[in-house]
Every structure is written in structure tokens, then in C-alpha cells.
Write a protein that binds this ligand. Structure first.
Ligand code: FES
Length: 83
């Protein structure tokens, strides 16, 4: 791996109440489980105006909308688990 990545989660009130509250914990646990805590800069941001399509999550410059407990692992695995 060795490549630093940024994960940015929207913590605006709409995204937060629509699921990012849980997604936040899932990501934290995922990074811990996969020993990625030092390879990933995980931060929160405020509303970016995409509430309607939220919850919103960014990995580097890629924006994911409608993030849920169902698709979050798929998104993370795409970046962090080698095939
Ligand atoms: S609260 Fe997340 S985009 Fe608005």
C-alpha cells in the first residue's frame, strides 16, 4: 500500500442525521481493523450543498453520494483491499 489517502466525511446536520453518524464509526473501525490509521487522513467537513443526495463521503477527490451501511464496505474495499 504505502500510499496516503484522504477520507472526508460530511458532518453537516443533514448527512449526519441521515446516516453518517453510523458511517463515521464504521470507517473508524475499518481503518483500525486493516491497520490503515496511519495511511489515511480521515477528517470531517461541513455541508457542501449535496444534502439531497447524502449522506456524502469523499475518498481523495471522488465523491460518493447515498452512502449507507449497505454500500460503505464496498466503497472502502475498492480503495483499500487489494484484489
Ligand atoms: S449536510 Fe452533507 S452535504 Fe449537506
Amino acid at each position: 500500500m504505502g500510499q496516503e489517502r484522504n477520507i472526508t466525511i460530511c458532518l453537516g446536520s443533514s448527512c449526519f442525521s441521515r446516516g453518517n453518524k453510523i458511517i463515521l464509526d464504521i470507517i473508524k473501525n475499518y481503518l483500525k481493523q486493516h491497520n490503515l490509521e496511519s495511511a489515511v487522513f480521515f477528517s470531517g467537513e461541513l455541508c457542501t450543498g449535496l444534502c439531497e443526495e447524502g449522506p456524502v463521503l469523499k475518498v481523495d477527490d471522488e465523491v460518493f453520494k447515498g452512502v449507507s451501511t449497505e454500500n460503505i464496505y464496498e466503497i472502502l474495499n475498492r480503495f483499500f483491499v487489494p484484489e
